[in-house]
Design a protein. Structure first.
Length: 112
């Protein structure tokens, strides 16, 4: 298995594992899945921090709100990632951002 942030191969047991249900939008009676659920694994605390910070900012929190939320609610400590964000993680983030922009503004992200 590979780290969900930096993409490095994880030998043995992962540092941490997070599961997300799908991100939905609706009025309570009708819900539409806009981002499918996924499982993320991390090689170190820094990669978990970076991934979660990125994800929560895409959900609409500013940097300060996201950091405070991760520390208080998820009890995740900040740390230096084991590597730069891999292409797969960036693609996932870009897809979530496109969906959220469309959902919140009705605008589409133009290619390129």
């Amino acid at each position: 298995m590979n780290c969900s942030w930096c993409g490095k191969a994880i030998e043995g047991k992962a540092f941490s594992r997070s599961s997300y249900g799908p991100l939905t939008w609706g009025n309570g009676d009708v819900e539409v899945e806009i981002v499918p659920g996924n499982e993320a694994v991390f090689c170190c605390d820094g990669c978990e921090w970076a991934y979660e910070l990125d994800f929560h900012r895409l959900l609409g929190m500013n940097g300060k709100e996201a950091r405070e939320h991760l520390l208080k609610v998820h009890e995740i400590s900040s740390g230096k990632p084991g590597g730069r964000q891999c292409r797969e993680s960036w693609n996932r983030s870009a897809e979530v951002a496109k969906v959220m922009l469309r959902m919140m503004t009705g605008k589409e992200v133009s290619p390129g």
